[in-house]
Design a protein around this ligand. Sequence first.
Ligand code: 6LW
Length: 532
Amino acid sequence: MSGIPKPHAIGIPNPVLPGCHPDPSICRVGDWYYLVTSTFEYLPGLPVLRSRDLAHWETIGHVIDRAGMLDFDGIGSSGGLYAPTIRHGLGLFWVVCTLVRRDGSTGGGNFLVTSADPAGPWSDPIPLDADGIDPSLAFDDDGRVWMHGTRLVADPEWPQQTEVWVREYSPVEQRLIGDEHVIWTGAVRGAVWAEGPHLYRTGDGWMLVAAEGGTEFHHAVSVARAAEITGPYESNRANPVLTHRQLGRRPGVIGVGHADLVQAPDGSWLAVLLGMRADDGIHYPLGRETFLCPVDWQDGWPVFAPGEGLVPDAVPAPWVDRIPDAGIWQPDDRRAGDIPPADPRWTSPRALPTEIARIDGGAWRMPVRAATLKDATAVAFLGFRQQHPDLDVHCVLDVADLAVGESAGLVVRQSESDHVLLQVTRHEDGCAIGAVRVAAGIREAGPETPVAGDEIELVLRVRGFEYLFEHAGRTVVTADGRELDAAATGGFLGLWIGAHATSHGARPHGEVRIARMAYEPVTRTGIGSLGR
Ligand code: 6LW
């Protein structure tokens, strides 16, 4: 990449994928870049996004898009699909990933899927006999395939010390073969979580790019190189080569790390990585988002954000002939308005949206389920990422077919333990509206007010950390993004917004029609890049 990026230079605005799009991995084949991100317990899992210019991204499919490919039942929030890697080699697209069952139950672990077409269908998962998370793979010039990943050290020198392993994969035998090599435990002694490793062939050797410090405030990128893929690796004296932690707590982008490199057709290099927009330097309700960062090579090492040292607000991109218009965001050139049922934004925890609901007359009809949002099972929830710090959501639920004792509502969801909803419940004598807050697993229900009619409009207004749920012009309940975000609750997710229906454990009978769901970003002036 030529030229030194300037803060606020015209270019591709960061984050390129706003809202919960963590652990991005990228590869390029011909004119197209392909990118995948983590989706945890949400399905369909692992969106495959495609771009020609790194500015405009299109969802072309999902890696985990068939019922039964993996078993998600019982997978609690922030478990599930972690940190995938996408690569192209030997005529195929390859994705390696981990299904994390945080309760330690069996059926999880590292797996590989392949497809000739990145839009899918992808193969059934091939389990990999390797512990830990964040698998990646690299192709040597001689056609050999090398898997790598990270795991906790069995006998650690310090708490949460991890190690990066490398082992050959046999495409013929469909399993890891040969000796395993531990190549890296991080650049900084005592730093936690050397993870997200990616190895790249660099002509005369191998470059390791890894995350370090944990995926929160102290996140960083470190690099090391070796002549042989199995090591020994020489750490760059400049490590960590990218982090924002030295800036301290201040409004802005925090936690940058988990980078994956890609070379543009013109020979320049870029990285995708995750970062969080934190208005107070601490909290990030939108979760970990995908950012783009220019990379130069100097003295045989990658230099991230050369000349500036910080992930830029906009990445100069002379190859882009059309910068995304104001009011359009990625992926899929989204704009304010109704989210139609066929929109790829719709996701559900632990089940495909089409297993949870059906499209009828241009709207979702969602059968009530016994499970509530507190249950780690397939629950009647259809939602989408919060992608903007300020937005209005207009939701109209047709509750005509709710049975007595059943509820349907609009939710802001972090996890089973933390969510807030405004819901309509059918009683013997008619419907009533009220709020429910689940905080650290404790449920608290507010007073109910009778409501008339079948089509009930519920409005959510988000202004930074303030979440206001309204009905008929009245604020019924408020929530604080600083109590719902991952910094407050733990876990890895940004907030999701959606519709939910439950019979509260009783046998379900009814269903709800999502007559309207409109997503409308609100532009506030004067709050800089955080307001984008
Ligand atoms: C990801 C890992 C991480 O696998 O977060 O703390 C995990 N570290 O790199 C989930 O995004």
